[in-house]
Design a protein around this ligand. Structure first.
Ligand SMILES: [Zn+2]
Ligand SMILES: [Zn+2]
Length: 194
């Protein structure tokens, strides 16, 4: 027998006193980011705040969305540090992917998330709308920083060596990585340099 799982009711939003963190003097108004995902939206900038608690409840029960139907939109990325609309702590920015400048703001004090206009549809278009918990985690952020660093040094060597030689060296490196005798090959190459 299927026992219906109760959906926890989201925390009440006291919209009257909450102000948009990016616009000055605009109050946030209750809305829904998706069906079953309550939010507080700003009519000025199009940004929205949600609580992670509401998100997790939505994610657990109703997060099936048609990502193919959503076009990756332009994101009105806020670059300055934002203050949490709920508790006024400085929110931390979490990068979403290496390829996108999109960074989601999270208040670690009260788990409120801020999406700049376009960020939520972008997450859907990237099929990451059900991975917000992962994005707002250290492993995700560490992986992105590593990927970013790798791209930077690859770009540096590409510029230094030129496209043709960079390609040769890169293929040689790939070949050596898999080679059981790579230590000896490296020694041999180094010896030839003397
Ligand atoms: Zn606003
Ligand atoms: Zn807060």
């Amino acid at each position: 027998m299927n026992v219906p799982i109760p959906i926890p009711s989201p925390p009440a939003h006291h919209s009257g006193s909450l102000q948009c963190p990016t616009c000055s003097g605009i109050a946030l108004a209750p809305t829904q980011l998706e069906f079953g995902l309550p939010a507080l939206g700003c009519g000025g900038c199009g940004g929205a705040a949600i609580s992670l608690l509401s998100y997790r409840a939505w994610q657990a029960h109703t997060c099936v969305l048609d990502a193919a139907a959503v076009q990756a939109p332009a994101v009105a990325e806020s670059t300055r540090a934002l203050k949490c609309p709920r508790c006024h702590h400085i929110m931390r920015k979490y990068r979403v992917t290496v390829d996108s400048e999109c960074r989601v703001d999270l208040c670690s004090a009260c788990d409120e998330v801020w999406f700049d206009a376009g960020e939520w549809p972008l997450l859907i278009a990237l099929r990451l709308h059900d991975r917000l918990g992962d994005i707002l985690s250290e492993p995700w952020q560490t992986r992105l920083r590593r990927e970013q660093a790798t791209r930077q040094y690859e770009a540096r060597y590409l510029e230094l060596l030129g496209a043709r030689d960079y390609d040769v060296v890169r293929k040689l490196r790939e070949w050596m990585r898999r080679h059981p005798l790579r230590k000896h090959i490296l020694e041999y190459l180094a010896r030839g340099e003397r």
